[in-house]
Write a protein that binds this ligand. Structure first.
Ligand code: IMP
Length: 220
């Protein structure tokens, strides 16, 4: 690794997210690590009031603990007729220990008979340096809650998220079709478009490491 290449850690254990991010940043001079490359670090409590709060918490905590710039994302499904739920609670909707199928089945039950089926997936990406400052990117993907689940691809609420321009649920679309229009895909694209500036910003924020040369008989 040369001094010219910046190291950044992606604050996730999710190999799918990691592959997506690595693919978008493959042409940039940045060495991407993930939490899988480090020993265990304490979990971050996602108790913020917004996606933004939680993405920043994850990125800032990881950057501070590991001493390198960190990128984190927080995402979820916002359903208009449910007052924005599950929202930031998407991963835990209905309680801990439910499967994805049990969660979206609960969502369908709570939407039964509901005429207003408008929903959006939201994603916030935060890039933080160990001293605290961060950059933020966010995007939404508008759709509707289907009457029933359909499709086998994807994860989470994909089988019940109907995307009208494709006339399909996210789970009926391929991963690459979904990435072109999804909340996460769009937020990552925004970040990718100005990644040269992101690298410049990170370099300005990172403390300069002083180097000492050891000479003569002194052992270092
Ligand atoms: P997190 O951002 O990894 O905390 O994910 C929040 C939760 O939102 C996930 O566990 C999923 O239930 C849901 N979610 C986020 N993005 C998607 C998506 O692209 N498809 C389906 N569900 C999603």
């Amino acid at each position: 690794m040369t001094d010219d290449i910046l190291t950044m850690v992606i604050a996730t254990h999710n190999t799918g997210k990691l592959a997506e991010i690595r693919n978008l940043l493959k042409d940039y001079p940045v060495y991407l690590k993930s939490l899988l490359d480090f020993g265990p670090i304490p979990p971050v409590e996602e108790d913020g009031a917004t996606f933004d709060d939680n993405a920043y918490k994850k990125a800032a905590f990881t950057a501070r603990v590991l001493g390198v710039p960190a990128l984190a994302d927080d995402s979820g499904l916002v359903v208009e007729a449910l007052g924005g739920e599950p929202g930031i609670h998407s991963a835990r909707y209905g309680g801990d220990g439910l499967t994805d199928i049990e969660r979206y089945t609960l969502l369908l039950r709570n939407m039964k008979g509901q005429k207003n089926r408008k929903a959006a997936f939201c994603c916030v990406i935060s890039i933080a340096v160990p001293t605290g400052p961060a950059l933020t990117y966010e995007a939404r993907c508008e759709g509707r809650i289907a009457e029933s689940a359909s499709g086998e691809n994807g994860f989470g609420y994909d089988p019940v998220f109907f995307y009208p321009p494709a006339n399909q649920t996210f789970a009926e679309m391929s991963i690459s079709e979904k990435s072109l229009v999804s909340h996460r895909g769009k937020a990552l694209k925004e970040m990718q478009k100005e990644f040269d500036n992101v690298i410049r910003w990170i370099r300005q924020q990172m403390p300069v490491q002083e180097k000492f040369k050891c000479e003569g008989a002194i052992s270092c």
